[in-house]
Design a protein. Structure first.
Length: 283
């Protein structure tokens, strides 16, 4: 498909602004960046949990999005011309974020955004957002208006990032999507995942990226999310398993009834039949 040039230009500007706010420069990885990207992936998920150098080289060579975010720092050059932040603990020129996405064609051509990692000292500073917006700009430049990925539906901050900050929407629930992972994040917990679709030029996405409030979604079925499920999983595995069981049942039932999970103002799930592109609530 083709994407209107003005939409592409706007996407590039938004990606540049996000990178500037995070104090990074985002670009396609070079062969010399791959060791750092692997290090970032392994510091997030554990040693041996990253694609190896040869796989990343092949994906990069084929034109997939193997991206790095390089710290600019207050004293470093800023190629996009925005006022850079100063990522904590990073020196200008350090790779502090990496992302991997590849093309898929199930239910239509799209980019599957598979892995995004940010250095432990730089999380929460907008680096992941900058990487996602760079992926979006690249997709639109190549006529692809659809990105997808999966995330653990019980991690509240990820649900907010995906559904509210980016404007993606849940399309499927996959219980035990990856099987038993035993990685540094999931441990022995079950790998239940929501699949989200990010329609890159939709009204929903454009409103989210403009910082507009999402709708006040209608619906009576809700699910309260723990404020820090990862902490709960480490401190009280039995309670975390109970939450997992409860959520799994509710997700299956709700989606089988044609309901879609969205987030309330309190960052809990509400299951709704409202249109995904519904108008936002007044500020």
């Amino acid at each position: 498909m083709s994407v209107e040039p003005k939409v592409v230009r706007q996407a590039v500007r938004q990606a540049e602004a996000a990178a500037g706010a995070a104090g990074v420069s985002v670009r396609q990885a070079t062969p010399g960046d791959l060791a750092a990207a692997i290090g970032l992936f392994e510091r997030t998920w554990g040693v041996g949990r990253s694609p190896d150098d040869s796989m990343l080289r092949a994906l990069d060579f084929a034109g997939n999005t193997v991206l790095v975010a390089i710290a600019v720092g207050a004293s470093g050059p800023n190629p996009i011309g925005a006022t850079a932040g100063d990522p904590i603990g990073a020196t200008a020129g350090d790779p502090i974020g990496a992302s991997l996405g590849f093309l898929g064609w199930t239910d239509g051509i799209h980019l599957h955004s598979h892995m995004t990692a940010v250095g432990p000292g730089q999380r929460g500073g907008g680096v992941g957002y900058a990487l996602k917006l760079y992926q979006r700009a690249l997709c639109l430049e190549h006529g692809i208006a659809d990105m997808r990925w999966t995330f653990d539906p019980l991690i509240r901050r990820n649900a907010h990032f995906n559904l509210v900050k980016l404007g993606a929407e849940v399309v499927r629930f996959w219980p035990d999507f990856y099987g038993r992972l035993d990685d540094d994040i999931t441990g022995s917990d079950r790998s239940d995942r929501f699949e989200v679709r990010w329609r890159l030029d939709s009204p929903r996405t454009l409103r989210a990226l403009a910082g507009e409030l999402p709708p006040a979604w209608s619906g009576t079925d809700t699910l309260r999310l723990d404020g820090d499920f990862e902490r709960l999983r480490a401190a009280d595995p039995a309670e975390a398993a109970r939450c997992r069981d409860e959520s799994r049942t509710q997700f299956r039932v709700a989606l089988s009834r044609g309901l879609r999970p969205e987030l309330t103002e309190n960052k809990d799930y509400v299951f709704t039949t409202d249109a995904a592109d519904s108008a936002p609530r007044p500020a």
